[in-house]
Ligand binder design. Structure first.
Ligand code: FES
Length: 97
């Protein structure tokens, strides 16, 4: 099944990003979920702490790195979504409160 745009997608599921419940489609790239959010950033750069977001969508730029529970730091464009996935943005410590 496709979503009619770019990526294959399955049934609707819920994941959490920084503790907020977000709707997604089972099997779609995690980076695609971020690109639908109001705040699309996935990580911050070091040392400037600039906001970064998915760019190449093919595993080369590393701008899409996030932390996924039970997996660790991964490129979100290379990770598919599954129900209950717990994701945190890979923020530089300067941005953390
Ligand atoms: S968007 Fe470039 S590595 Fe994921």
């Amino acid at each position: 099944m496709t979503n009619g745009v770019l990526f294959p997608s399955g049934p609707s599921v819920e994941i959490t990003i920084d503790g907020h419940v977000v709707a997604a489609n089972d099997g779609e790239p995690l980076a695609a979920v971020f690109l639908r959010l109001d705040d699309i950033h996935t990580r911050t750069s070091f040392p400037s702490a600039q906001l970064r977001a998915p760019y190449c969508m093919m595993g080369i730029c590393f701008e899409c790195v996030v932390h996924v529970e039970d997996i660790g730091a991964i490129r979100s464009c290379q990770q598919t979504v599954h129900a209950g996935m717990k994701v945190e943005r890979h923020d530089h410590p300067k941005r953390l409160k």
